[in-house]
Design a protein. Structure first.
Length: 518
């Protein structure tokens, strides 16, 4: 097979017949078959799909010699490392069943390590019911909600898989293959900004769980890690639900970025951690049609709902950027603690809600909230507490023009999951955050003409990433032997794909040392 890149096809002519003729014209040669490898949209002058294809031709050597943009199709097979020889005393435990925990558990199970995966929340079938009840009644289950539960926080999001991380070991491709084999749409293998959608992702999680069980893994739900038993700097066992012991010498902390009680417990057990900067801000809702027409022009209906990524640096040097953009999605109440309120974005696979939203966040660091280990975490909590109090448990919302003028008028929208109420968001945010967003908005409107028009802002987006890093060495282990930090909650990833990849990396680290369980 050969690979040809940068094949541009008009959105109006995007048929297999036209694509085949275009490739043959470019290489001056007939082709037998073609397969999409990458696909993106170029809307700068006219609407184009930009493709990379793998093609089958009869005379490869001649085509390679005559075409500079054609290469041999590379080997993209993922290879798991050779397994170790050290005996395992007992089964490893994975704490958390988000993407890091699930993919870690998948590879541990596949190669014979029979992991126990503990999850503080419910299995996805029950978790969906708890979340729907929360959005209807504001009755929160603190262990099973849009943040905690099987599948992790990403299960109640857009299911975005795009990442800028380089992939020389083909781990990302392997993640996508496993997703597709578990029910995800096949186009995630080649789309420039792939996504699964929360509705499809729920079934993918169930299928992935069942694969892990078939390989010998075990799931325990409603099971929260509450303590560690350490002797001579080595893990001896863990305590769950405050009173149950699980004997294990190896535990993987795939805890997610919001397990604040777990961070406190780890600190009490002298697990080394460091604070790290993050970003906080608001969410913004527009009509999806409005954004798509601005970015794609009059033929916007020929394309999926438009995506955007915006960045700006304020006069004071602060970064302001869009985050977790959800075309055709909803803003959701994503709280995980009673008395605190945070929000997130979510889309189904079809992205057909008629609204688009994203976070507009501002970078913050220790100079803003203090240099102590938990100062960033406490800063997040204080913003969430104020958000909850001002909205009386409902999401505070405000028209953008009212936000600029510090006024309040009635807001009505169908783009929200959970109760909401019109309030002044300036009362929640520190001035340097609200003023940074106000400064950035006119700049964003130069890129998307209607960005300021009819926009609705919502508070508050606080959990863009973990406020802490759990330190680990080159073998993946913390300062305590047998404790392996992994994923976004440990500070080593951001989003579904990189978390899954970090889970694979930690499975590799473990497998290089230990032999499988008989």
């Amino acid at each position: 097979m050969l690979r040809i890149s940068n094949v541009k096809i008009s959105v109006l002519d995007n048929t297999d017949e036209h694509i085949k003729k275009k490739i043959e014209k470019l290489i001056h040669n007939k082709i037998n078959t073609f397969k999409i490898v990458k696909k993106s949209i170029d809307a700068r002058k006219e609407l184009l799909f930009v493709y990379t294809f793998d093609i089958d031709v009869d005379n490869e050597d001649k085509v390679l010699k005559d075409n500079n943009n054609v290469v041999k199709t590379p080997n993209e097979e993922y290879i798991f490392p050779e397994l170790g020889t050290e005996e395992l005393t007992n089964r490893p435990v994975v704490v958390g069943s988000g993407p890091a925990g699930l993919f870690l558990g998948y590879f541990l199970a596949k190669y014979g390590y029979k992991p126990i995966i503990i999850e503080r929340g419910e299995k996805i079938e029950d978790r969906v019911k708890s979340v729907d009840e929360f959005w209807k009644t504001n009755k929160l289950n603190e262990n099973s909600n849009p943040i905690f539960g099987e599948g992790g926080a990403g299960t109640f999001s857009d299911g975005k898989l795009n990442t800028l991380v380089k992939d020389k070991y083909n781990r990302i491709r392997e993640v996508f293959k496993i997703f597709v084999d578990s029910g995800a749409p096949e186009e995630i293998m080649y789309e420039n900004k792939p996504h699964i959608g929360t509705d499809v992702l729920r079934n993918v999680v169930i299928n992935l769980r069942n694969k892990i069980i078939r390989y010998g893994g075990e799931f325990r739900y409603n099971t929260c890690l509450t303590n560690l038993v350490i002797n001579n700097n080595k893990l001896e066992k863990i305590i769950v639900n405050n009173n149950e012991e699980i004997i294990t010498n190896n535990v993987f902390l795939a805890i997610g970025h919001s397990a604040r009680d777990t961070y406190y417990m780890l600190n009490d057990n002298n697990i080394k951690m460091l604070p790290k900067p993050f970003a906080v801000g608001l969410r913004i809702i527009h009509k999806e049609e409005q954004i798509s027409k601005d970015l794609y022009g009059d033929n916007y209906k020929l394309l999926p709902p438009a995506n955007y990524k915006l960045t700006y640096t304020t006069k004071e040097g602060r970064g302001v950027y869009s985050f977790c953009m959800c075309p055709g999605g909803y803003v959701i109440n994503a709280s995980s603690e009673n008395g605190y309120l945070s929000i997130n974005g979510m889309s189904d696979y079809k992205r057909d809600s008629k609204f688009s939203n994203s976070a507009l966040v501002v970078t913050v660091n220790g100079k803003d909230y203090g240099e102590g280990l938990f100062d960033g975490l406490n800063f997040q909590k204080e913003l969430e507490r104020k958000t909850y109090e001002i909205g009386n448990g409902s999401i505070p919302v405000q028209k953008y023009e009212d936000f600029v003028n510090n006024t309040v008028s009635e807001v009505k929208t169908d783009g929200i999951k959970g109760s909401y109420v019109s309030k002044d968001l300036n009362l929640i945010l520190p001035d340097y955050i609200s003023s940074s967003i106000k400064e950035a908005m006119p700049h964003f409107s130069k890129i998307i003409n209607s960005f300021e028009r009819d926009a609705i802002l919502l508070g508050t987006e606080t959990r863009t990433s973990s406020p802490l890093t759990i330190l680990r060495n080159e073998d993946g282990m913390s300062n305590i032997e047998g404790i392996y930090p992994v994923g976004e909650g440990a500070g080593y990833s951001g989003g579904i794909t990189t978390s899954a990849v970090d889970g694979i990396i930690q499975a590799e680290n473990f497998a290089k040392r230990f032999k499988p369980i008989d």
